[in-house]
Design a binder for this molecule. Structure first.
Ligand code: FNU
Length: 250
């Protein structure tokens, strides 16, 4: 168990839990939605050169954040984004954020539709522990058009006003991502899921103003995930080369 370990390969646990910065080198975040830990770690290692972060969500349910985050951190030198889409009252949401960060997440994804107090509490809590936040504006699946899309712009505005580091916007609807970029300005990070299995092409969201595209199944379901990630990163690099240099300063 992670709790019994004081060091990993000569690296102390404290050092291992130091915050890692999210830097856009490839523009890809891998959604490691794989709950077999040894397989997940093999995939994480094989995609490490081609992605900028590992996003983890439901796959922690069986073993817990403590063990999964610990193993990912000691296997690859990438930030971990905890995709818990936190959506509770402020007092509970902020505890979820604190726990996720203390256990090894560098960033946490929260829902914006729960309102200002919850968002504010989460953002403040994350920043207290040097973590970063991403607020979901409108999700990538079609069902988000009914309830989320009508309030997405307001959520994006609030996320910016409250000091969130970033937002989540749909790669499946690049025109919406373009609109969210207009709303939040250039300083917030935009991360866009929906590439590959959900239908968007690699580069669609980046061209519309996103900084990162989240890619899950297209990589971890491939016969050779490392090779799949390499190919996607090569495609992405062609797209990013066409962007104005001001877009690639992060
Ligand atoms: P893939 N995800 C998403 N849409 O798909 N966090 C959203 O609007 C959102 C997300 C996550 O389809 C989803 O949970 F806010 O296999 C999954 O982990 O590429 C990943 O992004 C997409 O995975």
């Amino acid at each position: 168990m992670a709790s019994q370990r004081s060091s990993a390969g000569g690296v102390s646990t404290d050092k291992l839990l130091e915050r890692r910065k999210l830097v856009a080198r490839t523009g890809i975040v891998h959604a490691l939605d794989v709950d077999n830990l040894s397989r997940a770690i093999l995939i994480a290692k094989s995609v490490e050169p081609y992605v900028d972060a590992i996003k983890v969500s439901w796959a922690v349910m069986e073993l817990g954040c403590k063990e999964v985050f610990y193993e990912v951190r000691r296997s690859v030198n990438l930030p971990i984004i905890a995709d818990f889409k936190v959506a509770d009252i402020p007092e509970i949401s902020s505890r979820i954020v604190q726990k996720a960060i203390k256990l090894g997440a560098d960033g946490v994804i929260l829902q914006g539709f729960v309102g200002e107090e919850s968002m504010k509490a989460c953002i403040e809590e994350a920043h207290r522990y040097n973590g970063i936040t991403f607020v979901v504006t409108e999700m990538s699946h079609s069902g988000a058009e009914l309830f989320m899309q009508p309030v997405g712009a307001k959520i994006a505005e609030l996320a910016r006003e409250l000091g969130s580091d970033g937002i989540i916007a749909p790669a499946t609807r690049p025109e919406r991502t373009r609109e969210y970029r207009r709303i939040v300005g250039k300083d917030l990070i935009i991360m866009s899921p929906g590439v590959g299995a959900q239908g968007a092409d690699v580069g669609d969201a980046i061209k519309a103003g996103a900084d990162f595209e989240v890619i899950g199944r297209k990589i971890y379901e491939a016969e050779n995930p490392g090779e799949a990630a390499k190919k996607l990163s090569e495609k992405m690099s062609l797209v990013r080369m066409e962007l104005p240099s001001s877009r690639l300063s992060s």
